[in-house]
Write a protein that binds this ligand. Structure first.
Ligand code: GDP
Ligand code: GDP
Length: 434
């Protein structure tokens, strides 16, 4: 499981600068897709080989009409409560303030590990700048410069020390681990109940984590699946019910824990920013995806056409995924949905050998060579698979840093066709050798 690191602190101490530094490398991997909504408060980071989620509490979008500050505080508190690690950012140039002390008082009452990051300390005496902040009573302060990148790596390594390196091979279970995500009221609990139906249900909590995730195993047509709890779905007697408010952090965590995500949309409501944000997270996570357009019952065929066109144009960046129209309430379309979950899972976990990948590459280049860039002529030579879920194709050759984005997309399409990769993002990386 990926740990979640939450950044807190008063305004202007450098939280978003730190956030950008922590998430920079991962962002670069996701090509800009038209219509993709990025949320600059949630991102992916990597420390050595350890992946983690980062949440910047700095500028949470206020949801409530009444009391923006109140709502920001509520969101921040929720994020902190769901965090695995808190990084408390303070300003080393300004020194300790009353506001810092207030925040520290709150943090001290939590049973979460908190690390104090004294920011903006480039060119300053570390010992002197941090001395002040011992008073916060949150352990040894750590001096950093978010804008210069000093001390950041060490801070994160220390914060993530208790978390193990990711396992080399995560494929102990060879069946889909599915997260059902979507905003409130789209029909997630109804869908989960329809899927597991009469089947024998084993719900279990993941031990040893601060998260109270629920995993539910079930079988359909002789195939095994594990459903991952999202956004506070809880067992109530025989059925599941959403008993908590929508939680972005929990949604993110369940996407990370899954290998296939089902994004549930409500056909009878318009696509909201929240839908688009969740779709954006899924793309960034690289997980396989199936889109379920729910509440398809009771619509005229005119309405159905309208809805389909609108959804497909708004969510064009999800074109690698299959879209299904379903009715969770009436149990319609679920067999096809499961079938797409299976094939998306298969595509995400595919094993492609170096000779196969290289053959496809050579053919693609023979058909259309990468355009010359100034004095450089990029020359792809061979490719190997660099990972799965999402599959990563690493292309080797000369001057590959001069390959255009459109050529990258051309290679992506070619590999997608050659290996029939539907339902999963595919990443093409260039290994630059000169
Ligand atoms: P936030 O409100 O906590 O998210 O703070 P920002 O990240 O927006 O930063 C506030 C200001 O501090 C900006 O002008 C940043 O350029 C500046 N800043 C951030 N990190 C550093 C740093 O490490 N050193 C210095 N000198 N300035 C920084
Ligand atoms: P969640 O918050 O996403 O878990 O949504 P629920 O499963 O609680 O469903 C919200 C509401 O939508 C409930 O009143 C459901 O009965 C209704 N609903 C769920 N699926 C369907 C469907 O396929 N068709 C119709 N018409 N209503 C549905």
């Amino acid at each position: 499981m990926k740990p979640t690191v939450v950044l807190v602190g008063r305004p202007n101490v450098g939280k978003s600068t730190l956030f950008n530094r922590l998430t920079k490398t991962r962002d670069a991997l996701v090509a800009d897709l038209p219509g993709l909504t990025r949320d600059r408060h949630y991102g992916h980071g990597k420390s050595g080989s350890k992946p983690f989620l980062v949440v910047d509490t700095g500028g949470f979008e206020p949801l409530a009409k009444d009391g923006i500050l109140h709502e920001m505080a509520r969101q921040t508190e929720q994020a902190i409560a769901e965090a695995d690690v808190v990084i408390f950012v303070v300003d080393g140039r300004q020194g300790i303030t009353a506001h810092d002390k207030d925040i520290a008082n709150k943090l001290r009452r939590l049973d979460r590990p908190v690390f104090v990051a004294v920011n903006k300390t480039e060119g300053m005496d570390k010992g002197v700048t941090t001395a002040d902040f011992h008073e916060l009573g949150l352990g040894e302060p750590w001096s950093i410069s978010a804008s210069h990148g000093e001390g950041v790596r060490g801070l994160v390594e220390m914060a993530l020390e208790p978390y193990p390196e990711p396992a080399e091979d995560e494929e102990k279970e060879r069946h889909p681990r599915v997260a059902i995500v979507g905003r409130p009221n789209v029909g997630k609990s109804t869908l989960i109940n329809a899927l597991i139906g009469e089947e024998r249900v084993i719900a279990f909590d993941m031990p040893g984590t601060t998260r109270d995730s629920i995993f539910v195993d079930f079988e359909r047509n002789g195939r095994k699946y594990t459903l991952i709890d999202t956004a506070g779905l809880r067992r109530k007697g025989k059925v599941f019910e959403a008993i908590e408010k929508f939680s972005v952090v929990k949604t993110l965590q369940s996407i990370e824990d899954a290998n296939v995500v089902v994004l549930v949309l409500d056909a009878q409501a318009d696509i909201s920013d929240q839908d688009a944000h969740i779709a954006g997270f899924i793309v960034e996570s690289g997980r396989a995806l199936v889109v379920a357009i729910n509440k398809w019952d009771g619509l005229s065929s005119y309405e159905r056409d309208q809805i389909k066109n609108r959804l497909l144009s708004k969510l064009k960046f999800l074109d690698f995924a299959r879209f299904h129209t379903i009715s969770a309430l009436k149990g319609q379309g679920l067999g096809d949905l499961l079938h797409s979950i299976d094939s998306a899972y298969g595509a995400a976990m595919i094993k492609m050998s170096t000779p196969q990948l290289t053959r496809v590459l050579i053919d693609a280049v023979a058909k259309q060579a990468p355009p010359r860039h100034g004095l450089f002529r990029p020359k792809p030579r061979y490719a190997h698979q660099g990972g799965s879920n999402p599959p990563i194709v690493v292309v080797h050759g000369n001057a590959l840093d001069h390959i255009s984005d459109s050529y990258r997309r051309y290679l992506e399409r070619t590999y997608r066709d050659a290996f029939k990769l539907q339902g999963t993002p595919l990443r093409i990386q260039f290994n630059v050798t000169r």
